[in-house]
Design a binder for this molecule. Structure first.
Ligand code: C5P
Length: 225
């Protein structure tokens, strides 16, 4: 059984995907972590954000291992666990540059399919999972939320981490990021392409309950199917 979750940054899809995988007791594949791992290595090698050829070289030479379990995806590069290090703001910016290089996307898409084939049943989360990587997935979700709500959630996270930011700054960033990402997941908004879950007025628990009930409605035995 393959379940894909795509959608907007800040919609809560990462946490929801992880919790859904835990409920179903299947591995969770966080594909953003792969773009981040390439971004991390780019920074290690001082490759600049606009050096497309350099980014491709880093991606081609990268020894990246993923460990996917029902509550986590851990990622190592050249044998070193970078699961926490890839969460920094610098790596986020580098990962966004990586995601714009089509040959790198092609490489990571191949790797994601390879990993998926090895996992059998899993929940995969990203921007292009239901549209490009696993078009035959059993259940496809698109998770959205209105921009103001997503900006407020991001602002709350930043404040909790002790970072300074205003609502307007964060909202501008959210809108810019949407413009960059939308072309990847928008095909899934075509009628019948995916189940759209708008999380604007939902708690995380409600989101996970909703996803789980759709899966159980459609797949009789989520682990065995
Ligand atoms: O989801 P996360 O923030 O970890 O993703 C890191 C970067 O990789 C983002 O810029 C996101 O747009 C990009 N990405 C992508 N395709 C995916 C997963 C993430 O382009 N399947």
């Amino acid at each position: 059984m393959v379940i894909t979750l795509d959608g907007q940054a800040g919609s809560g899809k990462s946490t929801a995907a992880r919790k859904l995988a835990a409920r179903l007791d299947v591995p969770y594949l966080d594909t953003g972590a792969m773009y981040r791992a390439v971004g991390y290595q780019m920074l290690q090698e001082a490759v600049s954000l606009d050096d497309t050829a350099g980014i491709l070289e880093v991606a081609r030479d990268l020894d990246m291992q993923l460990d996917c379990g029902p509550t986590h995806t851990r990622v190592s590069v050249f044998g070193r666990d970078v699961s926490e290090a890839i969460r920094s703001l610098d790596v986020s910016r580098a990962a966004a540059a990586v995601a714009r290089v089509q040959p790198v996307r092609d490489l990571l898409v191949c790797k994601q399919r390879e990993i998926g084939a090895g996992l059998g049943a899993f929940v995969s989360e990203g921007r292009d999972q239901g549209s490009v990587v696993f078009p035959d997935a059993d259940v496809k979700f698109v998770v959205t939320a209105d921009a103001g709500k997503r900006a407020q959630r991001r602002l709350d996270d930043l404040h909790a981490e002790g970072e300074e930011a205003t609502f307007d700054e964060v909202l501008t960033h959210v809108i810019e990021r949407d413009a960059n990402d939308a072309r990847q997941w928008e095909p899934l908004l075509e009628p019948g392409a995916a189940i759209v879950v708008d999380t604007s007025d939902m708690t995380l628990a409600e989101v996970v309950d909703t996803l789980e009930s759709y899966v159980r409605e459609r797949v009789v035995d989520p682990v065995g199917a």
